[in-house]
Ligand binder design. Sequence first.
Ligand SMILES: Cc1ncc(COP(=O)(O)O)c(C=O)c1O
Length: 505
Amino acid sequence: MILDLQIDHDSEIPVYRQIAEAIRAAATAGRLESGGRLPPTRDLARQLGVNRNTVVAAYDLLASEGRVHSHTGRGTFLAERIEAADRSANDEDDEPWFTGFTPAVDAAALGGLQSIYRLVLSREGISFAGSYPAAEMIPIDAIRGAFDQVLRRIGSPVLGYGPTAGYPSLRETIARRMRDAGSTVDTGDLLVTNGAQQAVELVFRTFLDRGDAAVIEEPTYTGALSVLGSLGARPIAVPMDDDGMRPDLLEIALQRHRPRLIYLQPTFQNPTTRVMSEARRREILRVATRYRCPVVEDDWAGELRFEGPTLPTLHAIDGGRHVIYLSTFSKKLAPGLRVGWVCAPPVVLERLVELKRVEDCGTSLLLQAALDRFVRDGGLDEHLARIRPAYLERRDCMLRALRKYFPQGAEWTLPQGGLFLWLTLPSDVDGDALFDAARQNGVLYSRGDLFHSDGSGTQAMRLAYSAATPDEIESGIKTIGGLIERRGDRTEATGQETIDAMPIL
Ligand SMILES: Cc1ncc(COP(=O)(O)O)c(C=O)c1O
């Protein structure tokens, strides 16, 4: 369709912007029909020999400018009257005004996180995609009560600026909970952040410059990959076995790449749900210590265990000397609070606080004070006691449905906690086509490539059971199983557009 589209791989201009510019130019010159359909992202990526995410980023850019519109299941279409709008703009000035963006906002590098909200907020059909807590179980009355109390009893001080490191009483509450879990920690070791995502971003930015290497598990949390992309850092993917990251391969990576940090999720790893054994935790720490490489422990779901013995965190084992620990209230309570935290040795924490001050001057004091009230009144422990068995039930419901509807050869994990399971499809199933077909049939999930640094993993899927009712789980898994059974029903066969935005949190 866009026959004269040439990519200059040596250009300073990122490839996705070259593609967007070529489409814009073709539309302006009348070579593309106003309102016409753009090629499916997969086809255009194949034609140009680029990653599909690059074409997705180009379409996203055009969509953000109002030049194209995406319609679920039908494809991406050029806006009507784009030519006229462009011509009149070009009469005045044919140079684009806003150029020279930094690599930090390079859409291709930001990957999965960039367009997540489009699909997440669409809330269409049955979704196993986002790793969300069950919305209907969030204790709204108790949270409202905590806000009321704080506003009545404390009043205006919680509506002012506060210490950037966080509301002191909440920091003490978090420190106490961490101590109860075996960590050595003082209130002053903690920084309250806007979710664990900000904690990841601040920590990575503190240690990583462009080109620096960071060891990650493969696959890993998409949000961490996006931060690495935005910083221009190099992910060094170290494979895992059933026990977690392989220490022998970690050692080789440390020797070869001299990374600035190791990012790990030892418990209920997102997306594989793996739990690193205690022996492995100790071994990984020994290797990291030998090479003096800081470890970043993302313990996003440690408190969501519904089966099996609790293991000490890396932070607890290490005594908080070289492990930077982070966690969040998003999954154990409510993601909309946007409250997480990071615990680090003083020399690191000081820097994190300064960076956080530059970013946003601190997390909302009102939110922190209300959350603290809620936790101190026992609300969080009560809530955890309610959601753990509920998630276990939903996990079992999903396992039953998978056994019933999925074919021989599909393999899935048996998570002992957390919000989702990880599944690998038989090799003769086209993971890409299945994802598209499932979406067209009203079922969403997160495709495995979102969690890989190299775009592989399309044969895997992350299925969240936490936010779906047992009926939805049964019906959604049945739909996907049926699609796998009828393997002829491929997206290629129907010529449908593929989806270009995916939820991943
Ligand atoms: C492993 C991991 N880390 C961090 C986060 C960020 O959580 P939030 O920013 O909502 O606290 C998530 C969210 O899905 C996650 O899965």
